[in-house]
Structures are given as structure tokens and as C-alpha cells.
Design a binder for this molecule. Structure first.
Ligand code: AMP
Ligand code: MG
Length: 441
């Protein structure tokens, strides 16, 4: 667990625990991620109405108080019967049974079934005592009060046994399960109206930069003096999509005092995201202010592109992730590091996305031995292995290249010239991408 830091230094007091206190710099992407996740644990839990539990992670085992199904019942519409009465049935020599009534789903049988008797029964209806078979309608002919069974194939079949799905006192779902629609169904079936789930992480989001405005000041963008803090909006959406609750802290100017004042508003959150001001520019104050607020900077810079100037540490006793300001870098590094942090806090045992194998459509030349994350789309005619095409210019200033991308191609540092047709891994940016976009193939 992150431990709360000692009392923050008074603002401005030396020494600035800036770059000196960094324990690791220039890590690989894998090592940086492992470093960040090592100290992060799932948050405490809360009970939520079942209707709101999808997407959350179960914090306690759920034990069923009931058997499912609660009684032996019919798995199809037909006739309840004794297997011994129909075992010899053929179309030439059908078994003839006396129909004693009809049992609908939701009604209890009124009496046991004697030998030589049958009861009409509907799917899900409780089997009358004595019956051990449900004969499908297609194998029967009804005349008045009698049913003729022309086939023996259903003798002893088409019954769902009491408790065959779930037994009372059985653990039906383990803590750590990510709750999706089928889990909601199971929890509902065993009466779990308010599952105990990990809390959704509250994620503070602070943009930094004198050049930035929110959308209500778009006239300043039109007059050419400012740009929109697109990160404020994009990161809030990304946090929500990752399962966190965004806590927008707006924009701090490039001024240490003002930045510190804004950052203090992050106290009480479970994760602090900042964007910008984390590089080596004259006005990049984020790292310094984190240190002055009593935080730590344990990692700085990662051997990747885009996104190299990245900071990580703690502030107010919780993890702080200092994303680069560049919008593409901010989103790529959020995807690689922010999303897994949020998912770990939310209780997910598997915080990372699965990568897929793709084939490069075009050759790629890279200028530096870094792990590159290239924006690409998948060829919709792809057969087994999808073919990936770059979305165009890969400058990290091209935010539209990110919005067009379906995947991030992962090019490892030792590959500077990658030929067309090369096999590489890719990180899907949404959960619906498989190897082919053809239905069920
Ligand atoms: P920085 O990391 O602060 O040096 O910023 C790098 C680049 O990203 C600069 O061109 C900034 O104008 C831009 N930038 C920084 N923060 C944001 C933001 N919140 N939204 C959009 N662009 C930003
Ligand atoms: Mg800046």
C-alpha cells in the first residue's frame, strides 16, 4: 500500500526534492509499468445495487443460500413419465399412458405420477414425484385422455436435477471476479441484491499550461492566442472508460504557487493524473511542485515514443502519474500506465489489455531505439492475422491520428527498420477487436 508521506515541506522551502529523488529513470515500458503497479492495491469495498454492479470487481466471495434449480424440472415441453413405461416404445408398438393433467412452470405438481400415467409438462415446471423422464411432444400422439409414445429415446432424459447448477452453501462467485452481464444473472439467481464490490477509484485530473483554456473560452482559440485543453476532456473520458470516476481539477497555469494550490484539491482522491509540465522546459514545474507538496517522484522518463517524459510517484499518499502534455503522448501513456493503475485500484487482477498479432501493411522506419507505439487501423478484409495500416503521420502532435486508430502497433526498441509483411504485436484500443471483423469467424 502507498503510505502517507511525511508532513509536506512548506511551499518553496529548499531543497526541491526534484530530479535528485528519482529512484529510476529511463526504464523500459514493461519495467515502468511493473514499478508503478508494484505498490498499488485494490481499494476498499462498498455494497452497490446489483443493477449498478456491471463493470465493478467483486470484493467478497458470494455463497448461494439456495439450490439451483430448486427442484427437479423439465428441460423441454412434453410429457412427464416413468422411464420404465416408455423404455420399449417404438412407432410399431407405442407405449400408451393415461394423462392425469398439466403442470405449468410456476405451479407445483399436486400428486405423484403412478406407473402407466403421464402429465403434460412445460419447460421449467417441477417434475411430479415418481417421474424421471420428459418425452418430447414430437414423439407423441394424443387421443382424448391418452398419449402414445413412439420412441424410447427420452427414457430417463430431459430433466434438470435439483442443484445441478448451484448447490446451497456453494461459493458461486469468487472475490476478484470482474462483473459482466452473465455474473449479474448468477448473482440475481442466488438473491445477491447488493454485491460487495471494490470502490471505483476517484481520479483527479489536472492540466497544466498557460496556453490552455476550457471550451467556454473558445473565442480565445479563435483569436489565435490559446488552445483548448483537450487533455482535460479526453482524459476524463478515458478515466471513465477505464472504470474510474474523474474528478476534474481544471487547468493550472505554469506557475508553481498556482499549480500547488490546484494540486491540493486532489487530496482525498485515489489517483492523481497531471498532464504537461513534466519535461525539461523552463516552465515545467509539475515534478518540483509534487515534491514540494510532500510527494515523491520515484520514476521519470520511459524509453518509449510517444510519451517519454513521464513522471510517477506519490502525492497525498496516493499514486501520482505525470503524463506528458502532448495530447497523443498523454493518451498513449494513459492507455499504457493510467488505465492499468485505475483497473488495479478497482480490483481487476488483469489490469492490462491483451495484445493481438498483426502484419504490417507498409514498411516502417524508426529513428531511435525506443519502444514505439504507432497508431494504426486493421484491414477489414483481413483473414487470419489482421493487416495493420498506419493512420498517417505519426507525429505526437497529430491528435487526429489517435482518434482514427484502432490499435497501437508495438515496435520494440531493437527494430528500427520494419519491412512490410513483418509480424508485430498490437494493443487494441477498444475491447471489440478480434482477428477478423466477419461475423462469428
Ligand atoms: P508540455 O508537456 O507541458 O511541455 O506540453 C507539450 C505540448 O502539449 C505543448 O504543445 C502543449 O501546448 C500541449 N499540451 C499540454 N497540455 C495540453 C492539454 N491539456 N491539452 C492539449 N494540449 C496540451
Ligand atoms: Mg506545458
Amino acid at each position: 500500500m502507498w503510505t502517507r508521506c511525511p508532513t509536506p515541506l512548506a511551499y518553496g522551502s529548499p531543497p526541491f526534492a526534484s530530479i535528485d529523488s528519482v529512484t529510476v529513470t529511463r526504464l523500459s515500458v514493461q519495467d515502468a509499468s511493473a514499478h508503478m503497479l508494484a505498490g498499488v492495491h485494490p481499494l476498499d469495498s462498498e455494497a452497490v445495487p446489483l443493477e449498478q454492479a456491471a463493470g465493478r470487481v467483486l470484493a467478497r466471495d458470494v455463497v448461494s443460500p439456495v439450490f439451483l434449480p430448486p427442484h427437479d424440472n423439465a428441460s423441454m415441453d412434453g410429457f412427464a413419465a416413468h422411464a420404465d413405461d416408455v423404455r420399449e416404445s417404438t412407432s410399431e408398438r407405442p407405449s400408451r399412458l393415461h394423462i392425469i393433467g398439466t403442470i405449468a412452470a410456476g405451479s407445483a405438481p399436486t400428486r405423484a405420477l403412478a406407473r402407466g400415467e403421464a402429465a403434460r409438462i412445460m419447460t421449467g415446471a417441477y417434475l411430479p414425484p415418481g417421474a424421471d423422464s420428459v418425452i418430447r411432444v414430437e414423439d407423441t400422439t394424443v387421443e382424448a385422455e391418452r398419449v402414445s409414445v413412439r420412441d424410447a429415446r427420452d427414457a430417463g432424459r430431459n430433466i434438470r436435477r435439483r442443484g445441478e447448477d448451484v448447490r446451497a452453501d456453494q461459493v458461486v462467485m469468487r472475490a476478484g471476479t470482474a462483473i459482466a452481464a452473465p455474473h449479474i444473472g448468477v448473482l440475481a439467481s442466488v438473491g445477491c441484491a447488493e454485491p460487495q464490490v471494490h470502490r471505483r477509484p476517484r481520479v483527479a485530473i489536472l492540466a497544466t499550461g498557460d496556453e490552455l483554456v476550457t471550451l467556454d473560452r473558445f473565442d480565445e482559440v479563435q483569436s489565435g492566442t490559446r488552445i483548448v485543453s483537450s487533455n482535460s476532456y479526453a482524459l476524463a473520458a478515458a478515466v471513465r472508460a477505464a472504470g474510474g470516476e474523474p474528478v476534474p481539477l481544471g487547468i493550472a497555469p505554469d506557475d508553481p504557487m498556482a499549480l500547488a494550490a490546484r494540486l491540493r484539491e486532489a487530496e482525498g482522491c485515489d489517483l492523481v493524473l497531471t498532464s504537461g509540465g513534466v519535461s525539461v522546459g523552463d516552465f515545467d514545474y509539475t515534478r518540483r511542485v509534487i515534491a514540494e507538496l510532500g510527494g515523491t517522484l520515484s520514476l521519470w522518463r520511459v524509453r518509449m515514443r510517444p510519451g517519454a517524459p513521464l513522471g510517477f510517484g506519490t502525492v497525498f499518499g496516493v499514486p501520482w502519474l505525470g503524463l506528458p502534455g502532448n495530447p497523443v503522448s498523454a493518451l498513449v501513456t494513459f492507455e499504457l500506465f493510467g488505465r492499468p493503475l485505475i483497473r488495479t485500484l478497482a480490483g481487476h487482477a488483469r489490469p492490462h489489455r491483451r495484445t493481438i498479432g498483426v502484419t504490417l501493411a507498409d514498411p516502417v522506419h524508426l529513428g531511435a531505439p525506443l519502444t514505439h507505439f504507432l497508431r494504426a487501423v486493421l484491414d477489414s478484409n483481413a483473414s487470419d492475422v489482421p493487416v495493420a495500416r498506419l493512420t498517417g503521420a505519426q507525429s505526437s502532435g497529430m491528435l487526429t491520428s489517435m482518434s482514427a486508430a484502432e490499435v497501437l502497433l508495438i515496435v520494440p526498441p531493437d527494430l528500427l527498420d520494419v519491412p512490410a509483411g513483418a509480424a508485430v504485436r498490437a494493443l487494441p484500443l477498444d475491447g471489440d477487436l478480434g482477428g477478423s471483423d466477419r461475423f462469428l469467424s
